[in-house]
Design a protein around this ligand. Structure first.
Ligand code: MN
Length: 423
């Protein structure tokens, strides 16, 4: 069961109009402060609600959760209780926080232990990711890459319109927003028909993606249908799937990405529940040719999420280099999950499934430097006068995303990563 907080609801807790975290959002994360150990928190405006404190003060009784679910370095324990329990938890939080509710509002003596300023908190990696899968579900991105590296006349490979293409990535190197990464090094083939060289990647790139994380799936041998998929998706975050294009180009035939992708992927700290995104569902693209029956779906399963990518140069200046939207996905999450499990593959609580690079239709909406600077042929101008074909040492790549409708803004915050020179 879903629990959707009404579009026009308000909270007695003050939330500014441009906040990513109104009372309809209530995204979950793990935070700590100088006096609080890592624990589950929920963002509201510029505050965090301490769920461990709420639980200890008796506000979250009879919901099927234990203290250990909240006194935890990850959300997995909470997530293992399933969709109904987690929807009930968000409903309970909303009932405590909505405008006309006095139960918590009047207990002012509890407020100082329950409410923490986000500015005073450190965020932690919220999910213990078991398996990480990366899809390739933006038609524009797949087409652009096909045009650049293969054949403009046959940019999409023959399977692309039939299969939500994906590969198994690396879970261990998923890091939180704010954690810098080192430029990867590896083999490259700068000159065709010459031997490969070894060195720092000269073509470090980001991939603008959103990822969803899962509840416990079904046993091996069983499948999750497109209709059932919503009940297995916990929530979404921003995801920067770092890529080294020169390493990728040399290694990817025949088995696909390996060292070009597994050195780092960065995620945003707040997991926005699928329930919070329901207001922003939209129809997807017409899928032609017709998909096989197990990939058919009904209802609006795509989501309108505005996305932007920023390069912050070392002087602290932000340069917006792309504005895209999650609505550009060809394959939706329901189809991705159905395809992932159709062979009997089991999905576990805390698996991470990324969308693939999200490129729009216009050159200013592409989701990677490879496309934005078109293989280095159209460098991007920064405000400080420098140019970028790919990401330089000292650059900070920032991705932000939000949904907007009828003055309601539900945001993801940001994922921000500084690139350090190779070690
Ligand atoms: Mn990717």
């Amino acid at each position: 069961m879903s629990y959707i907080i009404p579009l026009h609801a308000k909270s007695w807790v003050q939330v500014s109009a441009n906040s990513d975290f109104p009372v309809q959002n209530l995204p979950f994360g793990i935070f700590s402060t100088t006096t609080k150990s890592p624990r589950v928190g929920v963002a509201l405006g510029d505050k965090i609600i301490d769920l461990l404190a709420l639980f200890e003060l008796g506000y979250l009784s009879n919901l099927g959760f234990d203290q250990a679910d909240f006194e935890n370095q990850h959300l997995n324990s909470l997530m293992s209780k399933g969709k109904n329990a987690n929807s009930n938890l968000r409903e309970r939080l909303f009932n405590l926080l909505k405008e006309d509710s006095t139960e918590l509002k009047n207990k002012t003596e509890h407020h100082s232990s329950i409410f923490v300023q986000q500015a005073d908190a450190a965020m932690h990696l919220p999910i213990k990711v078991g398996d990480y899968t990366d899809f390739y579900s933006s038609r524009e991105h797949a087409t652009n890459v096909g045009v650049m590296f293969r054949d403009p006349a046959n940019a999409l490979l023959p399977n692309w319109l039939h299969i939500p293409v994906g590969y198994h990535g690396r879970a261990s190197s998923i890091v939180l927003s704010g954690q810098p990464i080192y430029r990867p090094k590896g083999q490259q083939l700068p000159v065709e028909n010459e031997p490969p060289v070894f060195g720092a990647s000269k073509q470090l790139d980001f991939e603008l993606e959103l990822a969803f994380t899962t509840y416990q799936g079904k046993p091996m041998g069983e499948s999750i249908s497109t209709k059932e998929a919503d009940d297995f998706i916990y929530g979404m975050c921003l995801f920067n799937d770092w890529s080294a294009r020169d390493i990728q180009k040399w290694e990817y035939v025949p088995l696909g990405p390996f060292l070009a992708k597994n050195f780092a992927s960065s995620m945003s700290p707040w997991i926005v529940s699928l329930d919070a995104l329901e207001h922003f569902r939209i129809p997807g693209p017409n899928q032609e040719p017709k998909v096989l029956p197990y990939l058919e779906y009904s209802g609006d399963k795509h989501i309108d999420i505005k996305l932007e990518v920023i390069i912050e140069t070392e002087d602290g200046t932000e340069n917006v280099i792309s504005r895209s939207n999650y609505k550009h996905m060809y394959w939706n999450m329901n189809q991705q999950l159905a395809h992932h499990t159709i062979n009997g593959c089991n999905i576990n609580c805390g698996d991470m499934m990324a969308s693939g690079t999200i490129s729009g239709t216009t050159p200013d909406s592409f989701g990677s430097m490879l496309e934005l600077a078109w293989k280095g042929t159209k460098p991007l101008k920064m405000k400080d006068g420098s140019e970028r074909k790919f990401i330089q040492d000292g650059d900070t790549v920032i991705m932000r995303g939000y949904c907007e409708k009828d003055n309601l803004r539900i945001g993801f915050g940001e994922v921000r990563t500084k690139v350090l020179p190779t070690k």
